[in-house]
Design a protein around this ligand. Structure first.
Ligand code: GLU
Length: 467
């Protein structure tokens, strides 16, 4: 019996683009499983396809992993750098008669494939039983597909069985000597000591082929867990049409990494009906048994709900720093120490009113507007001559008031409305117009309190004094 701490998982992205949301979830599951066991979570960059792999994509994947807090153990492994080892194993299989050199030309292969297809079976090379090579022709190395059926004991899909005739004599080394995906993955996973592979079920058939390779090599198979891919809100496979495919996009939309971790963990994995998890809870609760067999759908409302929870839980100073970073360079806003002083006491209000950091920017806007600002047309409608006169009288009351907290200010506004013999709306709307310019904001007593007396009165003066 294996020690739990011997558990090794990995994430093995192909660096052909950003960190896809599906990839991020795969990485997260592998991360959680390893952390729970006190084992290791490794990262391997599957850069064997030299034409499609780019350094920018590697950097984007690493940045996405770092942002999401999916810390991997040890150095990231480059699959390409291990090509000699892959060739060595392929040659070993040839020496054992479990693989062979195939001298078929691409045209011959095409023909064989058509024949095989017509006969309802996979491709078998005429070179599988040896033969005399025709001069110095180029060859591929192919796996000699075993005659027995294959069963993969998948932790999510259950036992999946393929008949022997369903699998080709798989190419292990291309004519240029480069290893193919299935060979490289098996050799790397084995050498990295990987014990559990959680990945998308688009690799399920590869799982069957890889199982054959493990068996041929006499290596223990890892535990495979093939998870259904993520679907869009419309129930169709996630595609460009659905937008927001990269983890980076969620960062830009203002999701917190812990919010996205929580949401992604629940996308295709469940633990009773619990929706909200902190990291320690996720690590403690994760299990392969909780992985769902049915595809999960992206649900942006739920994502926002989960993120809101994490925004509420987050430390104010950290949120303030994240918010400030996002606001940097925006026109028409105060910045630096002034902004900081105004935002600090507003953080609890902002957390309540914002499901994402992007929403928080919108909610913070009224606080930071540089005076004098223009009032938008809708808000301006509340500034009749009578309303302006009312605001001038309110200004005098406010200027004489010392107790500048929202509760006391609320009482003051109520008393003022009563003295004036008007409903609160008659004061609230014009006051909102001059204090916020029409930007989203909480109730007026809190707006006054958060702006501070000096700024509030200055804003009143900007708009009520005759020009
Ligand atoms: N590199 C493969 C991919 O990005 C994953 C391979 C694997 O997990 O075995 O789809």
């Amino acid at each position: 019996m294996q020690n739990r701490s011997d558990i090794i998982t990995r994430f093995a992205p192909s660096p052909t683009g950003f960190l896809h949301i599906g990839g991020a979830r795969t990485a997260l599951f592998n991360y959680l499983f390893a952390r729970q066991a006190g084992g290791q979570f490794k990262l391997r960059i599957e850069d064997t396809d030299r034409e499609r792999s780019t350094t920018e994509a590697v950097d984007a994947i690493l940045a996405g992993m770092n942002w999401l807090g999916l810390e991997w153990d040890g150095e990231a492994v480059s699959q390409h750098a291990r090509a000699d080892r892959h060739r060595e194993i392929a040659e070993e299989l040839v020496a054992q008669g479990k693989a062979f050199r195939c001298y078929c030309t691409p045209e011959e292969v095409e023909k064989l494939r058509e024949e095989a297809f017509a006969e309802g079976r996979a491709l078998r090379s005429p070179w599988r039983d040896g033969g005399t090579p025709p001069g110095d022709m180029r060859f591929t190395v192919r796996f000699r597909a075993p005659d027995s059926d294959v069963t993969l004991h998948d932790a999510v899909q259950g036992d999946v069985r393929w008949a022997a005739k369903e699998f080709d004599d798989l190419i292990l080394l291309r004519a240029d000597g480069n290893p193919t995906y299935n060979l490289a993955v098996v050799v790397d996973d084995h050498d990295m000591g990987v014990t559990h592979i959680i990945r998308g079920d688009d690799h399920l058939v590869n799982g069957g082929r890889q199982a054959q390779l493990y068996d041929a090599l006499g290596w223990d198979r890892p535990v495979f867990a093939h998870i259904p891919l993520i679907h869009g809100p419309d129930g169709k496979k996630l595609s460009k049409r659905h937008g927001a495919l990269g983890a980076e996009a969620y960062r830009e939309m203002g999701y917190l990494p812990e919010g996205l971790r929580n949401y992604l963990a629940r996308l295709g994995w469940s633990h009773g009906d619990q929706e909200l998890f902190n990291d320690a809870e996720l690590i403690a609760a994760f299990s392969l048994a909780g992985l769902n067999k049915a595809p999960a759908r992206l649900d942006f409302d739920k994502m926002a709900f989960v993120n809101h929870h994490h925004i509420r839980q987050a430390d104010n100073a950290r949120l303030l720093a994240l918010l400030t970073e996002r606001l940097e360079g925006e026109e028409g806003l105060v910045s630096g120490a002034v902004a900081n002083a105004r935002l600090t006491p507003a953080m609890d209000m902002l957390k309540e009113r914002s499901k994402t950091l992007a929403e928080m920017e919108t909610q913070a806007y009224f606080l930071l507007r540089e005076r004098p600002f223009t009032i938008d047309d809708t808000a301006r409608k509340h500034l009749s001559p009578e309303a302006l006169a009312l605001l001038s009288r309110l200004r005098a009351v406010l200027a004489a008031h010392n107790d500048w907290d929202s509760e006391a200010l609320g009482e003051l506004l109520k008393a003022f409305a009563q003295d004036e013999g008007v409903g609160f709306g008659k004061i609230g709307q014009p006051l909102r117009a001059v204090l916020t310019g029409g930007a989203p904001a909480p109730d007026m007593s809190l707006v006054l309190a958060l702006l501070g007396r000096e700024e509030a009165i200055a804003r009143l003066d900007d708009h009520t004094r005759p020009a």
